[in-house]
Ligand binder design. Structure first.
Ligand SMILES: Nc1ncnc2c1ncn2[C@@H]1O[C@H](COP(=O)(O)OP(=O)(O)OP(=O)(O)O)[C@@H](O)[C@H]1O
Length: 714
């Protein structure tokens, strides 16, 4: 995968050819070389080339953009009205100051970390080291110049003294450079910790993790943003801090030194050159922000489609669907590579101009800047040995001045790159906040009619589950049921049936507050407080495909709790396992209930029984049994319903199987057209299992149809 832009190559610090040329100039001292440099046709060719490249490349870039397929054109990722700087600052504040006390609620109790809040001190330490580092590098160059002068003068005592000085400086340098690197890495890590913990605090509350994937969909792969983008953002920020400070200190120091050595003309020429180069580069610089963001998006999609195949490997293998999977994966890969091609082309044109201005042209400019004072300025009267020492130092000062100004140019592009990451991480924050406060106006999450909190209806506390005039609507705004009203009293077991996609499971997405309630009132136990969301306490949900957690057998059973309830022991868990004939699971591991394995490898029937054990461990008031007995025998089913009755658990079963009706007293039938009926079960008959709804069916699958019919009625 290519980088989103080529690396800027700056003039190197060891341009020996240049030193050689200067030495030749001094040696001949006839002014010929100087005139050559100043009147060289190559200088004019270079200027002509730069102008041609500038106009040619911008023409080509425009043309290329026009011809680019729609999917390859970078899209704006700036969805918020805030400026990038504001977004950047909001992230940096969290990364550096942890203002929300992120991680306070987490199991790690990050806030108690004694190192917390040290980020500012790391930055202060880094700043001091960078200033010191610049000083010793300059000192090294200066002493090297003196060493050269003493060599030319054949002064052995001074020569040894300078060598000792250089040795001391080098030891200091070898201490300072790794310290700077280590502080940069520490700063990036600490920022990452703060940001990640802060994101976790927001992501894992109010079901934001569910809503971001199912209701909003603007953040394609939130996992990628949390695990990868945050890391890159922090790394880029801490490097940027260094990259910003370092050239500023260097420019100040070397401008001062240059002025001292050859007058203000030296630094002025370099600065003028850099400003012109910066302007020309600005004109041909592609939008790295968008490109970097788009490449990350496409990388994320490519990775997630591979993940999908990995997670469903067994099913794909049963269907021998590898060819189809491969086609889909390669289509995604093709999108990624064709966009990367586009990025490479953009980088090429930029690289040509960039290399000329930052790598090659400075050589000529350096010769001019160093040559003029030798022939016409302050250096002219110096004897050869002194001149040699001064030139050695002067060349390094000019090179470092270029180097520092070049770093400032590069900084501009690094900022653009960082702003791409800022957009990506900030979008995650923005969507999380909007979902938390229910004010997302995203097309996939139409809540404009809903009140704050993501709800247009009300969820109220009651001993019983009751739906009163509720509309069930999907996140795509398809109405699944209208004016739904029924109540499930204690021990009034109900079965819910209807065609596929009719909205049976969606009823419980509303009950568990996974989906917003658009209108009507839902009554349920534990409607308020920390357990209001989800179906895991007084109401417990058992799906057809059980959810297995990573961890021990004990953690499987007690999930979502993390500790055994008071008065419970492993022996009680064993009894429950035995009741469902899976007690052998506890004996499979030498660690017993602490034994860990990949629980997804259990057979589906074993997993369903384990989920039932979980139900009886929690003993809720209501059990939502969503086709959760599809893989177990009729006897086990009987055991389940018998035990529920014995434990006072009221069952709400979603099932297509008539055989289960005998365990229930009421039936709720959806017709898949928005209609429903509520009836008592006496005895199951062909007729009673029909999905037909008697009478006028005036419910509709979407608002448009609904409005159209209401208009017709009027
Ligand atoms: N996150 C979602 N976003 C948009 N639509 C969804 C989402 N989840 C479910 N739906 C849609 O809601 C409709 C009802 O789904 P639901 O799972 O309630 O069906 P069901 O009656 O339980 O079906 P089945 O008997 O097949 O399990 C389906 O058309 C489904 O595509």
């Amino acid at each position: 995968m290519p980088a989103t832009h080529s690396k800027v190559e700056l003039p190197t610090k060891s341009d020996y050819w240049l030193e050689q040329m200067i030495l030749d100039m001094i040696h001949s001292f006839d002014g010929l070389t100087a005139r050559k440099v100043l009147t060289s046709k190559y200088t004019y060719i270079a200027i002509a080339l730069a102008v041609a490249v500038k106009f040619g490349s911008s023409y080509l870039l425009k043309k290329k953009k026009k011809n680019l397929p729609a999917h390859n054109k970078p899209r704006s990722s700036n969805t918020s009205k805030d400026s990038t700087l504001k977004k950047f600052w909001s992230l940096v504040k969290i990364g550096l100051f942890n203002p929300n006390g992120a991680g306070n609620s987490s199991a790690m109790k990050y806030k108690t970390d004694p190192a917390n809040g040290r980020e500012i001190w790391i930055m202060v330490g880094l700043a001091s080291l960078v200033i010191f580092q610049t000083y010793i590098v300059n000192r090294n160059n200066s002493v090297s110049g003196d060493l050269m002068a003493s060599l030319v003068a054949r002064d052995s005592a001074t020569c040894i003294y300078r060598l000792l000085q250089i040795t001391g400086i080098l030891i200091l340098q070898s201490l300072v450079n790794p310290s700077v690197t280590s502080l940069i890495e520490t700063l990036a890590l600490r920022m990452r910790k703060n940001l990640t913990m802060d994101i976790h605090d927001r992501y894992y509350t109010d079901m934001v993790y569910y809503k971001i994937l199912n209701l909003d969909k603007r953040v394609g792969a939130p996992d990628q943003r949390i695990t990868q983008d945050v890391e890159v953002f922090c790394k880029q920020f801490s490097e940027l801090f260094m990259d910003l400070l370092n050239p500023i200190v260097e420019v100040l120091l070397y401008t001062y030194e240059l002025t001292r050595l050859i007058g203000s003309g030296g630094p002025l020429s370099i600065i003028s050159y850099v400003v012109i180069a910066f302007g020309v580069l600005g004109m041909v610089t592609p939008n790295f922000t968008k490109m970097s963001s788009e490449v990350q998006n496409k990388e994320g999609k490519f990775r997630s489609i591979h993940n999908r195949c990995k997670n469903n490997a067994e099913l794909v293998a049963f269907y021998a669907g590898e060819e189809t999977e491969r086609l889909k994966i390669e289509k995604q890969f093709e999108e990624l590579t064709s966009y990367s091609d586009y990025v490479i082309n953009k980088n090429f044109l930029f690289g040509v101009v960039n290399d000329y201005f930052t790598k090659y042209s400075p050589h000529a400019v350096t010769s001019v800047i160093v040559g003029i004072p030798v022939f016409f300025g302050r250096l002219r009267p110096l004897p050869k040995d002194k001149l040699m020492g001064q030139l050695r130092y002067l060349i390094s000062v000019v090179a470092f001045e270029f180097f520092a100004l070049g770093k400032i140019i590069e900084l501009f592009r690094k900022i653009l790159k960082l702003s791409g990451m800022t957009q990506r991480v900030h979008l995650l924050y923005q969507v999380m906040d909007e979902l938390k406060h229910g004010n997302s106006d995203n097309v996939n999450f139409k809540l404009k009619s809903a009140k704050a909190g993501g709800s247009g209806g009300e969820i109220l506390e009651s001993d019983e589950i009751k739906f009163d005039n509720v509309i069930i609507r999907t996140p795509d705004n398809i109405t699944l049921a209208r004016n739904l009203s029924f109540n499930v009293g204690k021990n009034q077991h109900i079965v819910i049936t209807g065609p596929n996609g009719a909205g049976k499971s969606s009823l419980f997405r509303i009950l568990g507050s996974l989906w917003p309630l658009h209108s009507g009132i839902v009554y349920k136990p534990q409607a308020k407080g920390s357990n209001a969301q989800g179906l895991h306490k007084e109401i417990f949900y058992l799906p057809q495909k059980p959810y297995n957690v990573i961890g021990s057998l004990r953690s499987q059973i007690i999930y979502p709790d993390t500790q055994l309830k008071d008065g419970w022991k492993d022996s009680n868990l064993k009894e429950l396992l035995d009741d469902f004939s899976i007690g052998y699971l506890a004996g499979r591991h030498s660690d017993g209930f602490d034994g860990k394995q990949d629980w997804d490898t259990l057979s589906r029937g074993e997993q369903q029984k384990l989920a039932m054990v979980r139900l009886f461990y929690h003993k809720p008031k209501y059990a939502i049994l969503d086709e959760c007995t599809s893989c177990i025998s009729a006897d086990s089913e009987q055991e389940l319903y018998g035990r529920c009755a014995k434990n006072g658990i009221t069952c709400i079963t979603i099932s297509h199987r008539p055989a289960l009706e005998k365990y229930h007293t009421q039936r709720l039938v959806f017709n898949g057209m928005g209609g429903w009926k509520w009836e008592a079960i006496k005895e199951w008959t062909e007729e009673s299992s029909s999905y037909e709804v008697k009478g006028e069916d005036n419910t509709f699958r979407d608002d448009k149809e609904e409005e159209a019919v209401e208009a017709t009625k009027e």
